[in-house]
Design a protein around this ligand. Structure first.
Ligand code: SAM
Length: 273
């Protein structure tokens, strides 16, 4: 590992100027990258899926931590630099060229459990997160998500009832998983620096409550938070039977969505389903 050239040199040699269209903001600080790679715990000998390795800063940290890394990158300009890294770590890094939104990640990982780590491009981050958290099959094959988001999105994921950040993303992230803010990352840590602050969120699957359909829960939160200032008896009108069921399970339909605990949404979805 000590033989690897500095990242900035690799970037200059391969002409990897950061592309705005691809949401590229690179991290170079080795200590910070090692701290991010340590968030999921000991990765030694574990399978890791990294989305968007770019020139490979986080990839290096994952390899230093002993992980077996599969990395999906859609910017072909980054592939030569990643091949060099793969050569320095024989059989430890597999690079797949492609769009992570279009690939089946379980299949890419050969059907074996894996941790996901990523400094996500902001534009695809929420789409991937929603997909990872949204499947009917639970627990998923992935064992944890360690993801960089804009701080404001990270706050929405870990938010508790009663706050303005609490909404669909919080329920999605918390009804059958533990979601926590692992660390904040200052915008100056990136090259080029984005306009906003970032944060790392760490999510681990928990037991799924019985008798609840993920799709129905999603429909309920979409309706309830779609008109978050309205009372539930108004916002849930479009979901057949929801308002009556609220009363049956002892939730006042005059309340607004942001006052309900995650567990209240779970109880509603179970009773309605
Ligand atoms: N991981 C690197 C780091 O921390 O310095 C780069 C992070 S940069 C914010 C995001 C990376 O994701 C870029 O390299 C970009 O090309 C890549 N990317 C963007 N959209 C992607 C997609 N849909 N599938 C795979 N990679 C993508």
């Amino acid at each position: 590992m000590t033989d690897l050239p500095p990242l900035r040199e690799v970037i200059a040699r391969h002409g990897l100027s950061a592309s705005k269209a691809l949401g590229q903001n690179f991290l170079f600080d080795q200590q910070l990258l090692d701290r991010i790679a340590a968030v999921p715990g000991d990765l030694s000998g574990k399978k890791v899926l990294e989305i968007g390795p770019g020139p490979g800063g986080l990839t290096r940290a994952l390899l230093r931590a002993g992980a077996e890394v599969t990395a999906i990158e859609m910017d072909t300009r980054c592939l030569p630099a990643l091949s060099e890294l793969a050569m320095a770590f024989p059989d430890r890094l597999r690079v797949i060229e492609g769009d992570a939104l279009k690939l089946n990640h379980d299949a890419v990982m050969g059907g074996e459990p894996y941790a996901i780590l990523s400094n996500l491009p902001y534009n695809v981050g929420t789409a991937l997160f929603t997909r990872w958290m949204g499947g009917e099959e639970w627990p998923p094959l992935w064992t944890s998500l360690t993801l960089m988001f804009q701080q404001e999105v990270a706050q929405r994921i870990v938010a508790k009832p009663g706050s303005s950040a609490y909404g669909r993303l919080a329920v999605l992230a918390q009804w059958r998983a533990e979601a926590k803010m692992a660390m904040k990352v200052h915008r100056s840590a990136f090259t080029p620096p984005p306009k906003v602050m970032s944060a790392i969120v760490h999510v681990e699957p928990a037991e799924m409550p019985e008798g609840v359909s993920a799709r129905l829960l999603e429909r309920l939160t979409e309706a309830a938070f779609g008109q978050r200032r309205k009372m539930l008896r108004q916002s849930l009108k479009g979901v057949a039977g929801a308002v009556e069921t609220l009363e049956e399970i002892g939730i006042d339909p005059q309340r607004r969505a942001e006052t309900l605990e995650v567990d209240d949404f779970v109880r509603l979805a179970r009773a309605l389903g």
